[in-house]
Design a protein. Structure first.
Length: 312
């Protein structure tokens, strides 16, 4: 009986064209396992920012991929925070747990061949009544002896949790992304699309602009700047295909402000230029961008302030 098999291995309907499917898929894991890179690859467009810095993703971001026979609604969640008990981290963790309770499928992303204490804490949150795929990302980082590394690793993972299927892959490989989409599709429910067929995300251009700036701040400050910085869009105006964007980078200390400005303003200029170019590519039009830096001590540990800055 095919019902005892994972959906991706069940026999196809031979009565005609396959029914259209649509569903929500949560992407979860500890910080820095490549969740945002994976979602961007699945969507085919950059809708979630990436950097090597932990805690880059802070919001529940939806990315949408629509094909001829399915609409995949991916939800990129913040990496589950385990090291600091700030209001910001509590807010990020609520975003993870609330997402897990309302999706059709979960992709639990780990680094191929590695499972640590932080992975274990995310594993403990996984729902028992929702299908969970184990996605072993960054497979390309394992060189020779890949089989010898992965076989015992996958056996150990199977003992930790009843995963519906296991997918070793690299988010940077197109064929792996296509294979993952094919595996996911049967888990989606039959039904009409939730979003417009041309939609890539449910987030506004204003939100995407703030995320792009924050990504550049993280990339150009590296580990020097604590992750407690954020971006506020003060004004977003559209004139035809031109966008005028005025933004404030919020930091906690004067020293952090100096890190972003850099020598004679060089770093801030680089951040602004790269952010503007990314926005022009995403919005398909010219962008005028002005940025300021403001110091506000303790903003990341203030619940009311976090809500005012758009944290749910």
């Amino acid at each position: 009986m095919t019902d005892s098999l994972p959906p991706s291995q069940q026999a196809a309907d031979t009565s005609g064209a396959p029914a259209f499917r649509c569903g929500t898929v949560a992407i979860v894991g500890r910080p820095n396992v490549g969740k945002s890179t994976l979602m961007n690859a699945l969507v085919g467009q950059k809708v979630s920012i990436t950097s090597r810095k932990a805690q880059t993703t802070r919001h529940r971001i939806v990315g949408i991929q629509t094909t001829d026979d399915a609409q995949f609604v991916f939800v990129d969640t913040p990496g589950f925070q385990t090291r600091h008990a700030s209001a910001l981290n509590r807010t990020l963790n609520r975003a993870v747990t609330s997402t897990l309770s309302s999706v059709d499928l979960v992709l639990f992303v780990v680094e191929a061949g590695y499972f640590g204490a932080d992975d274990e804490k995310v594993l403990s949150l996984l729902p028992k009544n929702t299908p969970v795929l184990l996605v072993c990302n960054k497979l390309d980082r394992i060189g020779e002896g890949r089989t010898e590394v992965m076989m015992p690793f996958l056996e150990q993972m199977g003992q930790r949790f009843p995963f519906t299927e296991v997918v070793p892959m690299s988010a940077k490989t197109h064929d792996h992304i296509e294979r993952l989409l094919a595996i996911i599709r049967p888990y989606l429910l039959e039904g009409e699309p939730m979003y417009d067929v041309d939609a890539m995300t449910d987030r506004s251009e204003r939100f995407l602009a703030s995320e792009i700036i924050r990504e550049k701040v993280f990339r150009w400050t590296g580990d020097e700047l604590p992750y407690t910085s954020t971006v506020i869009i003060d004004k977003f105006e559209t004139e035809g295909r031109l966008r005028r964007i005025f933004a404030t980078i919020l930091v906690e200390r004067d020293a952090h402000k100096a890190m972003i400005i850099g020598n004679k303003g060089a770093k801030l200029k680089q951040i602004s230029t790269e952010a503007r170019l990314d926005m022009e590519k995403l919005f398909d039009g010219k962008v005028y961008l002005e940025m300021w830096i403001k110091v506000k001590s303790g903003w990341a540990d203030n619940e009311a302030g976090l809500r005012a800055y758009g944290y749910e």
